[in-house]
Each structure stands twice: as C-alpha cells, then as structure tokens.
Design a binder for this molecule. Sequence first.
Ligand code: NDP
Length: 337
Amino acid sequence: NRRFVLAERPKGEPTDATLRLDTVPVPEPKAGQMLLRTEYLSLDPYMRGRMSDAPSYAPPVGIGEVMVGGTVSRVVSSSIEGFAPDDWVLSFNGWQDYALSDGKGVANLGRNPLHPSWALGVLGMPGFTAWAGLKQIGQPKAGETIVVGGATGPVGATVGQIGKLLGCNVVGIAGGTEKCGHAVNTLGFDACVDYKAADFADQLAAATTDGIDIYFENIGGKVLDAVLGQINTNARIPVCGLVSQYNATGLPDGPDRLNWLMGLILRKRMTIRGFIIFEDFGHLYPEFAKEMGAWIEAGQIQYREEIIDGLEQAPGAFIGLLNGEAFGKRVIRLGKS
Ligand code: NDP
C-alpha cells in the first residue's frame, strides 16, 4: 500500500519535502469493514489548509499521517451490507492505494457509473459548492451580472453555467487566453477576462458596464480589488475561497484598507457571507444531486477534467493546482502508472 504522509508543514508553497511516499502492508479488513482500492484521487485547494496548523474549520493532518483527500474507489472485499466487491464508491480515503472503511459516509456509485471520477467534481463536492453558494448566498435573479474567478476550474465553471441557466449575465476570470476561450466558447459564459493581462482591471470594467451584482469569491487578492471597483448596490458576495492567498506567509504590504472596505460594504449595502459547504448546506445535498444530475443528463452543464496518471505525480500536480496550472478538474488516476 503506497501512501503519501505529511512529512513537514510547508512555509509558503509546498515543496518536494512536504509529503513523503512510504509503503506499508495492505490492511486486512475485519468484520463490519470493507477494503477499498483507490481508483481516482481528487486534488483540491483546501488541502493546502490541512497541511497547515493555522486556525481553521477543520483540524490539520498530523505529521506522519496520510494526507487527506476525496477518492473514488472500488470495493475489493466487504462484509458490509450494501457494499459488494467491484462496486464503485465515493469515499474519503486520502492519498493512498488502499484503505479500510466501515461504510460510514461512503456513497455507493454502483457497478457501472458512467463517469465515476465526476463524483469528485461536478457531481460531488465542488459542484455542490458552486450550486449552494450561488443559489443560497448569491440569490441570483435573471438579468443580473455574476463574476466568478477560477472560471475553468470545477467550482467556477459550474457557478458560471448555473448562472447562465438562471438567466444571468456571466463574466469569468481565468489565467490566459486559452482558458478564457474555453469559458466563453464551451461553457457559454458571456465574457471572460484574463487576470494575467496588464490592463486586467480595465478589461473587467469593460466587460461589466452594468456593474457586478454577484461576485462568487474563489480567488481574493488583486482579482477582488478589481471586482470591488465595479460592485453594485445590494451586491452579494459568497466567500467560497481565497486561493491566491493560500501560500501567502503574511499580509501584503501597503496601507491598511480595512476601514475603506467597511465603508464600501456600508455604502453599497453589500452582503458578504463565507460558507463551508457541508457544514452550512449539507442538508441540501439531495436537492443538488437531483438538479445537477438532470442538468448533466440533459447536456446543459459541460465538465472538463484533467486526469494525471500515477499516485507519485500527486504532490507536483497539487503544487501546480495552486499556481493555476490545472485546466479543468485535476484528478489523479491510480493503478495506471
Ligand atoms: P480550481 O481548480 O479552480 O483551482 C484554483 C484556480 O484558482 C486555479 O486554476 C487558478 O485559475 C486560480 N488561481 C490561483 N491563484 C490565482 C491568483 N493568484 N489569481 C487568480 N487566480 C488564481 O479550484 P476549485 O474549483 O476546486 O476551487 C475553487 C475555490 O473554491 C477555491 O478557492 C477553493 O478553496 C474553494 N472551495 C471552497 C469550498 C467551501 O466549502 N467554501 C469547497 C470547495 C472549494 P486559472 O487556472 O484561471 O489561473
């Protein structure tokens, strides 16, 4: 059983020394347990937070412990009712080949799911995050303008496409012309602005001449700065993530703008609400699964994945994810290396 354990807590960007690959015997299931073999491992920005022992909504991974992560696995052997060998399951087994489970919190995807790995993306946690954050906090109304960063990632791409289905004007923010082209041509966004362009703030202003009613915050930093310049009265900002800051080691230099921001919130009567998807909206998961399942079946939501073969590729692929290297949802496929 190959597994990545946390070797040291990163300062700034994770490095080759952050995680260590080790090999232990494949665990033996006892009564009431099943043995799961990982087929796909999800890579997600929140994993950076789990590497750190700074205060957070979830406890950090301990030094020497297996790195956490969502997985799509197959049942090898099982003594649990409802789980039989060869079933595909959605579980949380972390960065390793095999894991034992008592079945709690594990969803059975059946023998023949059409796209098993999609349960780690549009049909799972990131898709649910987009759906719930936009609908519950964003409260979109037809004709309003939504802006979302990470526009080709699993959360951003889903936010934008749901926004279009609800009749909104959707402007994405992504790194580079290829990703922006994908957002407009494949995902159906009305426009997409490249945050790496020197005149990014001007381009965003030109793309949002009616202002911004909903900013779905995935990014923070200079993207947030540019958005605030265009924000409308009564705007809603679901605060989902701040990925541009996850490797930061301190606050940026410059004047303290906290009171300026509070003044803007007051004048614009903005609603800014953070959320942690399952803590805040877990009860809505069945509703999400039904609605998203129907949209996918009807071909109304597009989904792009970037599959990388080999568990040993996971650390490098994760570092790249935080730097905007992924184009679509990044997933590690095990067993093919
Ligand atoms: P993505 O696959 O979209 O990956 C992150 C993307 O962020 C990169 O691809 C990159 O976009 C962009 N990015 C990184 N650094 C910068 C930067 N300095 N400036 C602008 N863009 C940058 O991630 P997900 O779709 O999985 O997640 C999106 C957000 O949602 C994250 O912030 C994540 O933490 C958050 N999240 C929050 C949850 C919650 O419960 N609150 C649950 C799930 C996710 P590009 O490729 O265009 O360069």
